[in-house]
Every structure is written in C-alpha cells, then in structure tokens.
Design a protein around this ligand. Structure first.
Ligand code: SAM
Ligand code: SF4
Length: 354
C-alpha cells in the first residue's frame, strides 16, 4: 500500500518564550497553549534487558539508591500533580518498573489519590506473569508491553537476553487479569527485525493485543542512533501493506501520539508512532518525572529541574507546584531531531522514562 500522510500540524517557531509572563493558572500550561495532563514517572533506571536501541551491552551505571525517590516522596509528588496541577493520567515506566520492590503497594497508593488518576505502566513484561492479578487488584488500569520480535533468536539479538517466553507469559497474564487494552510497543531496526513487522501484527491480532510501532529515536545511552538504520513510519506501513490492508481508523486521536489504522477492515487496529519523521509535539500533553526527582518538559529536553532537593529540604506543596509550573511554562515547541545542530540529551531514555 502507499503510505498515507501521518501526523499532526507542527507549531511554528522553534522556541518558547519563557520570559513571557505566566498567567495565574494552576494547570501545567506552556507558552504555546498546550496543557500537560499526562505524567510519566520513571521508577528506576535499572533494567533486566539490554535492548540495543536503549542501552549498551554493559557499562551503564545506575543511579545511586540514595538519589532515587522513595515511595513516600513519589506519592507526595503525584498527589501534588493530581490535586494541584490537573494531572489526570499517570504512566509508570523506567528502566524496568517491575524491578522496583513493592510496586503493587505503590500502585494501590497512587490509585487511592483523588481525583483518581488513570494509571498505566510501560514494561518489558518479565515477571508480570505472576503479578498481573495483584496489579489489577491494586488498581492498575492498563499496560504496554515492549516486544520487538516473536522469534526467540531475534528477540535475544535485540535484548541480549533469552527471555521471550517470560514476556509472552506476562502478556497473557495481563489479558487474563482483565487489563484492557493490552498494548504492545515495537521498535523496528533495519537488518535486525524489519522482516518481523507482519509476524508481530499477526501475533497481536490473533491474541487481541493492540500493537503500536514506534520509530527509533536518538535516546540510546551509547549515542549510537543513526537515521539511516531507523525504519520510518512510511516504511512500516509499506511493510505491513504486504500482508494486510490498512485503512485510517475513525477513532479520535486527540493528544495520542499513535496514528491508528484498521487492519483488514477492523475491528483490529495497529498504531504507528512517527516520533521522528512526523513529530506530534504540537499536541503533546506530557510532563515527566525522573526516578531521581527531576522534572522534564520533554523527552528531548537538554535541561531539567531538580525537585528532589526542594522536597528533601522541606519545601511546601505550593513551592513544589510552582517550580513544576515554571518548568512546564518553558517547554519548547518541539524536539529538533530533524534540524541541523540537534543535540541528543545527556540522559538516555532508560533514565528519563520512555
Ligand atoms: N523497560 C520498559 C519497557 O521496555 O517497556 C519501560 C522503559 S522503556 C525505555 C519504554 C519504551 O521506550 C519501550 O517501549 C521501548 O521500546 C522504548 N524505547 C527505548 N529506547 C527507544 C528508542 N531509542 N527509540 C524508540 N523507542 C525506544
Ligand atoms: Fe530495558 Fe526497556 Fe530499555 Fe529494553 S527498552 S533495555 S526493556 S528499559
């Protein structure tokens, strides 16, 4: 099939004007009129896989434990976010969030916040098989499992670990526990797993999982991203078109990054997130909290604001909320991957939280 136009109109002008006076608005507004209502929280930068597009095989140092926010600190910041800043959706991520001890209890504390946020998690799924019911009971609403191949050899080549069966068990358990929808995130790389685009979609359709392909972004810890190795959204659609008929989904996209397509007339769908070739920054509703307590307005921000110091010095809820608002007010129009002089942020995806 021929790839169809993807994406959301971009904001013109590369930089915000943080010097413009900020209106007296409690929400996380920015100078481009966007409002952040979706909080991504990284719970740890540690991981039990080593996906090649994310981490080097070895040698990546973890954040020292004393710098990682405790459960009490995290819950306090999330409470401020939902009570004072208008956050309606929280996603737990990492690193691998399931490596955080006692995560079920943390989930229960988050879903007890009011107004209750919708709570989701992005995970590699390892170990979820045994814990899915406990997470569902604690109030977890949705899950995204990362899976780039259903072939054990290719899976091991990408993740550098022989754990495919554990990921598949995690997916199955999520569905059995009633989490709905169960989404799969997949990244395709040239010469590695691009030939698996159709088998991944076949697998997802057969099992009732919602598959989304994400363009590979320059966020790996080893700074090895290369534009020519990235499989573009257009290529993904062409690859899928060799076996499936894709038609645009009538579903409303809103601020969601995925462009959705009906598979063979539906009801199954597939999503494509064209983060690099068709940025959706103009519709971004996200704010980010790293495991060591920094606020970031964007995955690609080259600066961030430390909240851990203020938190541990006894800062009040009002002070914390104000610092958070000021950080988001300075959010740039968009990432600049496609512009000359683009600088990859020092923090990798595994430390920011994907
Ligand atoms: N460990 C969990 C997992 O893999 O789902 C959560 C953290 S991971 C950083 C979050 C998501 O980011 C995953 O879906 C992963 O595939 C994606 N990701 C990591 N590095 C990426 C990159 N360079 N480009 C695009 N997506 C990436
Ligand atoms: Fe770990 Fe997720 Fe990064 Fe893979 S993508 S190395 S599972 S943090």
């Amino acid at each position: 099939m021929t790839a169809v136009e993807l994406g959301i109109p971009r904001i013109s002008g590369a930089h915000a004007e943080p010097s413009a006076p900020r209106p007296d608005d409690p929400a996380l507004i920015d100078t481009f009129g966007r409002v952040a209502t979706d909080l991504r929280v990284s719970l740890t930068d540690k991981c039990n896989l080593r996906c090649t597009y994310c981490m080097p095989a070895e040698g990546l140092e973890w954040t020292p434990d004393e710098r990682v926010l405790s459960d009490d600190e995290l819950v306090r910041l999330m409470r401020i976010a939902v009570e004072m800043l208008g956050i309606t959706d929280i996603r737990l991520t990492g690193g691998e969030p399931l490596l955080r001890p006692g995560l079920e209890d943390l989930v229960a504390r988050i879903t007890a916040l009011r107004p209750r946020p919708r709570l989701s998690m992005t995970t590699n799924g390892i170990g979820f098989g045994k814990r899915a019911k406990a997470f569902a009971d604690a109030g977890l609403d949705r899950i995204n499992v990362s899976l780039d191949s259903v072939d054990p050899e290719t899976f091991q080549r990408i993740t550098r670990r022989d754990r495919l069966r554990h990921v598949l068990a995690g997916l199955a358990a999520a569905r059995e526990a009633g989490l709905d929808p169960v989404k799969i995130n997949a990244v395709l790389m040239r010469g590695v797993n691009e030939q698996e685009a159709t088998s991944l979609l076949r697998f997802a359709v057969e099992h009732g999982y919602h598959l989304r392909f994400i363009e590979q972004m320059p966020l790996d810890a080893q700074h090895g991203w290369n534009r020519t190795d990235m499989i573009t959204a257009e290529e993904i659609l062409d690859l899928l078109g060799t076996e499936f008929t894709l038609t645009p989904s009538p579903a409303r996209r809103g601020g969601a990054p995925a462009e959705r397509w009906l598979v063979d007339g539906g009801p199954a769908e597939v999503g494509v997130i064209a983060s690099v070739t068709r940025p959706f920054c103009a519709a971004c509703e996200r704010t980010r909290l790293t495991a060591d307590g920094s606020i970031r307005s964007c995955l690609f921000s080259t600066d961030e604001t430390d909240l851990r110091g203020l938190l541990r010095r006894g800062g009040s809820d009002d002070e914390i909320a104000d610092v958070w608002r000021t950080t988001m007010w300075g959010k740039l129009a968009g990432h600049e991957i496609n512009q000359a002089g683009f600088a990859q942020p020092i923090r990798p995806m595994s430390s920011i939280g994907g």
